[in-house]
Design a protein around this ligand. Structure first.
Ligand code: LFR
Length: 477
């Protein structure tokens, strides 16, 4: 086989897509087959994912995909799951990680078990929505199997049950040293360990489409492949790095800011800085921190009735910078709601002028994200000992020139923006590797660098202004 086409199902928090990726020597070309919104639905006060709607869109996407697919891989956001009963039937709609059911749960678990024990066991940053805390808030009495979202869709497609490792690493229940389910944590929390399915690695085969699914989609005997099913793992696999001394920002609803390592960092300083050791493709460690990301902008746009974004960003670029600032990672910004009002109140509280216009609010978000990127990059380097020469900003945020430029200015590092569809590319590349069409991570990344549109942003050299702003905001001087 010299060239082949693979389908990537990539589900983000606000939209999903089915892409067809053609891979061969010197070739890596993505084509969008289907794009669809992913709208959470509040039912009886609980925020859910419409997982059947998503699955229906996956089937529609496969139906429209080229006939000659070599395999299909699925990735999505992390941590969320469906529970199956003993007959394999889904018990209720998966709950959205931004739902309020976990309020107070993480603090209770941390008080009970202690931060050190939790961090040494899983290496995971403390986020209130990690699967472990969601499970502690859930009713598991009828649960026989837990499936993370991509594993649930793969189960519906193939009938096969399993847990892909990169996504399993975001649950808080995977042992960071052994890469297997923790024996200790479920017992300590009274969680039934039997619901955790066997683990599988990116690049392994999951199984062929069930006969009824094959008939419905017109893909006879199509293989479903395990990929880095955590979207961030796939995105990092497709970072177009040409040197080892790189950092990445996978920028969409979240900004995942960090470096790739061979081994986890489990020091007290790392725990206190809330850095995570998530599992990457090929046993790498994604050492990173979640920064609230474009969520702040997305929710603001929603509150404003979805005005024209490019026009607003152009206006924001002309607003004087570094006046109104927020700490984007303040937990008050996590739940859905009226973001512009929260931002204004946060500025007031912190002694910064309130943004008076939409453009000023957008500028506040962009400056604040750039400062949070700066802080996370500096800490990632300091805590891991890894030197950084270049920052690769991938994902939807790489389209946002203003944010890329400000991130370069704030960090004092060159920012290479793109590819926009890094996640789908990483998904496709892991499948292509399993077919021998491309080599390991360095070769995959070189192929991305050689074939995709990238834009370089050079820092302007006004580091002192950014340092002062970081100090004023209390974000790492
Ligand atoms: C990004 C992401 C992050 C994860 C967050 C919640 O899409 O997967 O890596 O922390 O969503 O699942």
């Amino acid at each position: 086989m010299k060239e082949a086409t693979f389908a990537a199902v990539d589900l983000g928090a606000s939209s999903g897509r089915v892409m067809a990726g053609r891979v061969g020597p010197g070739t890596l070309a993505l084509e969008e087959v289907r794009r669809f919104p992913n709208r959470p639905v509040r039912v009886n006060g609980t925020l859910h994912w419409d997982v059947l709607g998503l699955y229906g869109n996956v089937l529609d996407g496969l139906r429209s995909a080229p006939r000659d697919l070599a395999s299909v891989g699925i990735d999505s956001w992390a941590v969320d799951y469906g529970l199956l009963d003993a007959n394999g039937t889904l018990l209720g709609n998966p709950v959205h990680y931004r739902d309020a059911r976990t309020v107070g749960v993480m603090d209770r678990v941390r008080a009970e078990l202690g931060d050190d024990l939790l961090y040494q066991a899983s290496g995971l940053q403390f986020l209130p929505f990690n699967t472990i805390y969601q499970l502690a808030a859930d009713d598991l009495s009828r649960a026989a199997t837990l499936l993370l979202v991509p594993d649930l869709l793969a189960y519906w497609l193939t009938g096969e049950i399993g847990a892909e490792r990169t996504n399993a690493s975001t649950t808080g229940l995977l042992d960071v040293r052994t890469g297997t389910w923790s024996q200790d944590l479920p017992a300590r929390l009274d969680l039934p360990a039997k619901i955790l399915p066997p683990l599988r690695d990116p690049g392994s085969a999951i199984g062929a489409l069930r006969a009824d699914v094959a008939a419905e989609t017109g893909h006879d005997a199509l293989q479903v492949a395990a990929v880095g099913s955590h979207d961030t793992a796939s995105a990092v696999a497709a970072v177009p790095a040409t040197t080892g001394r790189f950092a990445y920002i996978s920028c969409g609803t979240w900004s995942l800011v960090g470096v790739e390592l061979d081994a986890p960092v489990l020091t007290e300083a790392s725990r206190k800085a809330n850095f995570t050791n998530e599992g990457g493709v090929d046993g790498t460690v994604r050492y990173l921190r979640n920064v609230m990301g474009l969520w702040l902008l997305q929710e603001s746009l929603r509150a404003w009735g979805d005005p024209d974004l490019p026009a607003l960003l152009a206006e924001a670029a002309d607003v004087p910078g570094l006046r109104s600032l927020v700490d984007p990672d303040d937990p008050e910004f996590l739940p859905p709601g009226d973001m512009p009002s929260r931002i204004a109140a946060h500025c007031r509280r912190r002694g910064f002028p309130e943004p008076a216009t939409r453009a000023e609010t957008v500028r506040c978000i962009m400056d604040s994200l750039a400062l949070a990127h700066r802080a996370a990059l500096r800490q990632a380097s300091r805590l891991s000992g890894k030197e950084i020469d270049v920052v690769h900003l991938v994902g939807g945020g790489s389209r946002n020139d203003l944010l890329c430029r400000l991130t370069a200015d704030a960090s004092g590092l060159p920012v290479v923006a793109g590819p926009v569809e890094a996640t789908a590319l990483g998904n496709v590349l892991v499948q292509a590797r399993a077919h021998g069409l491309v080599g390991g991570l360095p070769e995959s990344r070189a192929l991305v660098a050689a074939t995709q549109d990238l834009r370089r942003h050079t820092p302007s050299g006004d580091g002192a202004r950014w340092r002062d702003a970081a100090v004023r905001l209390g974000l790492d001087g």
